[in-house]
Design a protein around this ligand. Structure first.
Ligand code: DP6
Length: 370
């Protein structure tokens, strides 16, 4: 694998101060990534819709260290402060610190700067919506803006590719949050340009039915997950069904690539729901086993199935590694489905809360944080 392409090869012209703000979205996988090897290499390819409203906004202020600091023994220490929603958050620092350590080879310039990071999410912090995808992709974009300032020759294409590569090293699914509306991550013979190292926009023409696809996220359980994604991925090592699952996911991605082009929505619904349930089946059959779905997750699934049958609708669901349900439907069914969600499904959500979202185009640079 060609990781050398992401090393800094040209001489950098350092600036004393810089500040960049990026907004990057969350994403929802249609074919799931579950199982990886070191360093953050997926066991199968995955594809996701990039979201629009669920995002993280991050500003990094970079101040170049003075010569004495640069010469000191602490040179190889990444120096940063972290503020989340206006408050200094020591407890979030270890994850970001280990991300910086992991990417140091590719971004050696981070040692030259003192960094102050300000970050906030558009969704409630404890909503059960994974913030690692949007959070790490936002930091990656800020770093790439700095790299571009130090080396103006970088192309937009390279910046996105390297940002996705860096984000992946922080959290696998974050590699799919740089671009949109559909991103593939993981090497797959039928997806031109696909790679285990970074996400690529789905490279074929997508049927209009999948344009501006809607995703309403039903917040079933806003608590901390009992089992983190990292632990869950690890349980795929020595999992009795792992080899079949990885093969199935790659086969499903082939099928999904065809469906996205030909607009076969019945096949889309079948594949998306099967992927969601298979992901959770892997959790149920891990050792130790665990259940992330809650009773209301199942209530919602059954109610969606009834509604689909009765109303001849194209509504379907998917799940990520938690109890929340993503309700997916075409734009043309928005009114009907929104009424159904408000009248029937909302009662299964904590405090009746849900988030209306749709597919989006990925990272956006902002002028400032406010
Ligand atoms: C179920 O990307 O959160 O959402 O690489 O350990 O950070 P790490 O895992 P993460 O796993 C996401 C798993 C998933 C499926 C998916 O998004 O493809």
């Amino acid at each position: 694998m060609n990781t050398a392409q992401f090393l800094v090869k040209s001489d950098l012209v350092f600036v004393d101060k810089a500040s960049y703000t990026w907004q990057t979205p969350s994403n929802i996988a249609l074919v799931k990534y579950w199982g990886k090897s070191d360093p953050q290499i997926p066991k199968n390819a995955s594809i996701s819709f990039t979201l629009n409203n669920c995002h993280t906004k991050t500003k990094i202020d970079f101040t170049r260290k003075c010569q004495a600091e640069l010469d000191s023994a602490f040179l190889k220490e990444v120096d940063f402060n972290l503020f989340f929603e206006g408050k200094e958050k020591e407890e979030f620092k270890p994850k970001i610190a280990s991300f910086f350590i992991r990417i140091q080879e590719y971004c050696p310039y981070i040692f030259e700067y003192q960094m102050t990071i300000h970050s906030e999410n558009s969704f409630p912090h404890s909503s059960g919506i994974a913030s690692s995808a949007s959070g790490l992709s936002a930091i990656a974009m800020c770093l790439m803006s700095l790299e571009k300032a130090l080396n103006p020759n970088l192309s937009k294409e390279f910046i996105n590719k390297k940002a996705s590569f860096l984000a992946r090293l922080g959290s696998g699914s974050a590699s799919r949050s740089i671009e949109g509306p559909l991103v593939v991550w993981g090497n797959h013979p039928e997806i031109k340009g696909s790679s285990d190292l970074f996400g690529v926009p789905f490279p074929y023409k997508v049927h209009p039915i999948f344009e501006n696809y809607q995703d309403t996220i039903l917040l079933v359980d806003k608590g901390e997950k009992q089992v983190s994604s990292t632990v869950g991925h690890n349980l795929m090592h020595n999992h009795p069904y792992a080899a079949n699952r990885f093969q199935q996911a790659n086969d499903n991605l082939s099928k999904m690539a065809t469906i996205l082009q030909n607009g076969d929505i019945a096949a889309f619904i079948n594949l998306v729901e099967s992927e969601a349930l298979t992901l959770h089946a892997m959790m149920l059959t891990s050792n130790p086993y665990f259940i992330l779905m809650k009773p209301n997750t199942l209530q919602i699934i059954n109610t969606i199935w009834e509604f689909r049958k009765e109303h001849n609708s194209n509504i379907c669901f998917t799940l990520d590694a938690g109890a929340n349900v993503h309700v997916l439907y075409p734009l043309e069914e928005k009114e009907k489905v929104n009424q159904f969600i408000a009248k029937v499904l909302a009662k299964y959500c904590q405090k009746n809360q849900y988030i209306c979202d749709a597919t989006g185009l990925g990272a956006k640079q902002l002028q400032d944080f406010i």
